[in-house]
Design a protein around this ligand. Sequence first.
Ligand code: NI
Length: 182
Amino acid sequence: MSIRPLVIIPDNRLRLISDPVTRVDARVRAIVEDMFETMYDAPGVGLAAIQVGIPERIITIDVGSRDSEGDGDEEEKKRPVALINPEIIGVSEEMSVYQEGCLSIPDYYADVERPKRVRVRFLDLNGETQEVEADGLFATCVQHEVDHLDGVLFIDHISKLKRDRVMKKFTKLAKEKERDGA
Ligand code: NI
């Protein structure tokens, strides 16, 4: 297992449409392990493979420690879920608003409105088809990560004015980093 470097905006790879996984094998399970390690280290509640530079339809989520009450040790609160080739097959009419962030847009948060519940179909780590009904933070997270697989970022759901401001800031930071040779 290893922690992989995160892809940060304005890196164009974040705009790629990721390819479906054709076979859930040891290679895919190794990617998932690295994704969980990278996500917990960050720390974050969700990660799409493209955020570590892999354009394949794989996402990892763990909203366990955020959703539950704050007692018990960290390990007990972990609820890791890996979704391969996830597809949102149903959405509620009811909407909810969460303040979202993204490991590819460090330290930036904004309110995003999305359907409150979604039904998602995916392959598990054994390659079996599963369907779950996601609600609350988990539903928001699934939608945020599935967006990544289609090259969509949460800042695409906020006003153009705010998005332009964020992109400008990170473009400047990337240039400074390049200039400093970091
Ligand atoms: Ni994200």
